[in-house]
Structures are given as structure tokens and as C-alpha cells.
Design a protein around this ligand. Structure first.
Ligand code: AHG
Ligand code: MN
Ligand code: MN
Length: 339
């Protein structure tokens, strides 16, 4: 495995490391790769939409131009449905999960996927990186029957794969199947992903903190105290502040450079903003697989038992020592004061 290894080669050569090692999970990663390329193509011309759409807001096939998050959702949903490799999908953009039949018309597939098709969508109009996040579980209801809500409401510890695509200065697909985290960069000229970042790891310590500090006044006292700590002049502090406003991009930078991302509860958003199933669990799985950690400020994210599809949780994620420092500040105040 080296920088010339393509994602296709990587999948074939590492089949044995995919949990339960059926070809199904490999085919699923392959479809995500395909959908990522289609969405990437559309994201890259986002700035042209107004210009191309000037002829009446229709594209070359005569279809009306869509908002990019709706478009990304449609592409990922269609890819999963048409290729019949999963038994169900839930998306941040849909009210309910959908059940998908297998090729023979039954319900014989084993995996469910949860997806945030376009993360950081407010950044699209201003030419700033956005992403896609996905999370994969093995169903718990019997194969051969339609999927049920309980197949999606599993703890993060049960994930068999998770990852994200970052549509940045270059486009990358970063994922884990529980054996570390690998990053693949798209060569847009030939449409192939290459293993550019093998075995990605968060540095144990970092000096970046990422939080929407404009909400400071509404934060719990533990977060306010931690932020003051980040800004003190002691040792390698004050830390530097970096906040893109798209979780995927903030996480990606912090994993490479060392840092912490925080989206806490606030008096405006009493359970935080991020969604446990589409955003926090997959990022938590990636973080732990990359030597980092993810918490809700008190407990491990991946051990929270979900109760609803669109559930929100506070999120503290990144370099291990930084998340542990933040938890120490949170622990001084009782947990239920914030919920
Ligand atoms: P989405 O675009 O999928 O709704 O997610 C946006 C999320 C996350 O990516 C980002 O870090 C956060 O919302 C930004 O929220 P604020 O604007 O409140 O800081
Ligand atoms: Mn999101
Ligand atoms: Mn989204």
C-alpha cells in the first residue's frame, strides 16, 4: 500500500479486514465512492449555477436547478436504492428512514446507512469547503424482512464503517472499517481516488480550538471556563481559534494538525445542534480510530443509546488530551444543568 494505491485496489486487498468480510460492505463503499464523484462534480460548479441557470434555471437535461443539499441527498439515496446493496437508508434531509429491497425483490441485504448528504451547506454559496458524512451498521432485525427503526437506533459502538468526503481544495474520501483511518484524494482529471493519507492520526495534543464563539453568552459554564483556559498564556497556550462552520472541514484540519471541535449545548439549543446519528457517531468512530476521542462533555458519544432518528447531542471531539481537558472543566458542573 503506497500513495499510488487506488481506492479500488485498497478495497480488494483489504476485504479481509472488513467486518464480517462479505462482499456487501466493499460494494457499499464502492457506491459511496461513485456518489461522491457525482456530488463533487456538482459542488465544483456551484458558483456557475447562477450563470448557467440564467437561461431559465434549467440544466442541460432540462431539469430545474436544485439546491445542492437536496441534490446531494438525491444522488446518495438514488445510488443506494438503484444498486440494491443496503436494506435501508436514513438521511438528515428526510423525515423518515426508507426501506430498500434487494435484487430479487426480497429484503436480503444486511447493512443500513445513515447520511448527512451535505454538511456545512451554508458554506456553499461562499466557495468554502463542504462535506458528506456516512455511517454504516449491520441490521439487527432478521434478514428477509423490511428494516425497522431499531436497525437505525443503534449505539455508535455498533458501527461497521463510517467516513466523510470533504469537497475542499482537493476532494478526499476518508473512512474507517474499524482498522484505522485512511484518506484517499481524488485526481479529478481521471476520476480516481488515491491513498494519499494512510493511517491518519490525531496528535495527542493540539493547539487549535474550533467553536462558534459568537454564542459564548449562551454556553454552559464548563465550556466558558474551558475557553478561558484555551486563551490563557501558559505553556503552549493560548491556542489558536479556527472555525469553518462545516464539521467535516473543521474535523479534517484538526485531525491533521491537532485540535478540538466543540458544539455545546446552549440556552438557544438546549441539546446542541449536531445530530447524533448522521454527524456525531460517524465522526466519533473516525476520531477513536485515529487516536482521538469524542464526548458529549461527560460521556463517550458512541455509548449513547439513540432514542430518535434526528436526535441532537452536544459534541466535543478531537485530540485526546484536549477533549479530556474540556471534560475536566465540564465535570465541575452537574450534567443535567445543561439539558
Ligand atoms: P448541516 O449543513 O448539515 O446542517 O450542518 C452544519 C453544522 C456543522 O457542519 C457546523 O459545524 C455547524 O452546523 C455550524 O453551526 P453554526 O453556524 O451554528 O456554528
Ligand atoms: Mn451537517
Ligand atoms: Mn447537512
Amino acid at each position: 500500500m503506497n500513495k499510488h494505491t487506488t481506492l479500488g485496489e485498497y478495497i480488494i486487498e483489504n476485504q479481509k479486514f472488513f467486518k464480517y468480510s462479505s462482499g456487501e460492505l466493499s460494494r457499499l463503499i464502492n457506491s459511496i465512492r461513485l456518489a461522491a464523484k457525482v456530488v463533487n462534480h456538482e459542488v465544483n460548479k456551484a458558483g456557475l449555477v447562477d450563470i448557467l441557470g440564467a437561461a431559465g434555471n434549467t440544466n442541460i437535461q432540462g431539469e430545474a436547478q436544485q439546491k445542492l443539499d437536496v441534490y446531494a441527498n438525491d444522488i446518495f439515496m438514488q445510488t443506494m436504492t438503484n444498486r440494491q446493496i443496503v436494506c435501508g437508508v436514513a438521511s438528515e434531509e428526510e423525515d423518515d428512514f426508507i426501506s430498500i429491497k434487494s435484487g430479487d425483490g426480497g429484503y436480503d441485504n444486511k447493512y443500513v446507512v445513515l447520511i448527512d448528504p451535505l454538511d456545512g451547506s451554508s458554506n456553499v454559496d461562499v466557495n468554502v469547503s463542504v462535506g458528506t458524512i456516512f455511517s454504516v451498521y449491520r441490521r439487527i432485525t432478521p434478514v428477509g424482512t423490511p428494516v425497522q427503526l431499531e436497525d437505525f437506533l443503534q449505539k455508535g459502538t455498533e458501527q461497521v464503517a463510517a467516513g466523510y468526503i470533504v469537497y475542499g481544495t482537493s476532494t478526499m474520501l476518508v473512512f474507517t472499517t474499524g482498522h484505522g483511518v485512511n484518506g484517499f484524494t481524488l485526481n479529478p482529471a481521471i476520476g480516481t481516488f488515491y491513498l494519499s493519507h494512510p493511517s491518519m492520526k490525531f496528535p495527542e495534543d493540539g493547539n487549535i480550538y474550533s467553536i462558534n464563539e459568537g454564542n459564548y453568552i449562551h454556553f454552559p459554564q464548563g465550556v466558558k471556563d474551558y475557553l478561558k483556559y484555551c486563551q490563557e498564556e501558559v505553556g503552549n497556550r493560548p491556542y489558536t481559534a479556527r472555525y469553518i462552520g462545516s464539521l467535516v472541514s473543521d474535523f479534517h484540519r484538526n485531525m491533521i494538525k491537532g485540535g478540538i471541535y466543540i458544539y455545546p449545548t446552549s440556552s438557544k439549543a438546549p441539546k446542541g445542534k449536531l445530530r447524533l446519528l448522521y454527524e456525531c457517531n460517524p465522526m466519533a468512530f473516525l476520531a477513536e480510530q485515529a487516536n482521538g476521542y469524542a464526548s458529549d462533555g461527560y460521556k463517550r458519544i458512541m455509548e449513547i443509546k439513540p432514542t430518535e432518528l434526528h436526535q441532537r447531542v452536544p459534541f466535543f471531539c478531537g485530540s485526546k488530551n484536549m477533549v479530556n481537558d474540556a471534560k475536566r472543566f465540564m465535570a465541575k458542573y452537574p450534567e443535567d444543568a445543561d439539558y
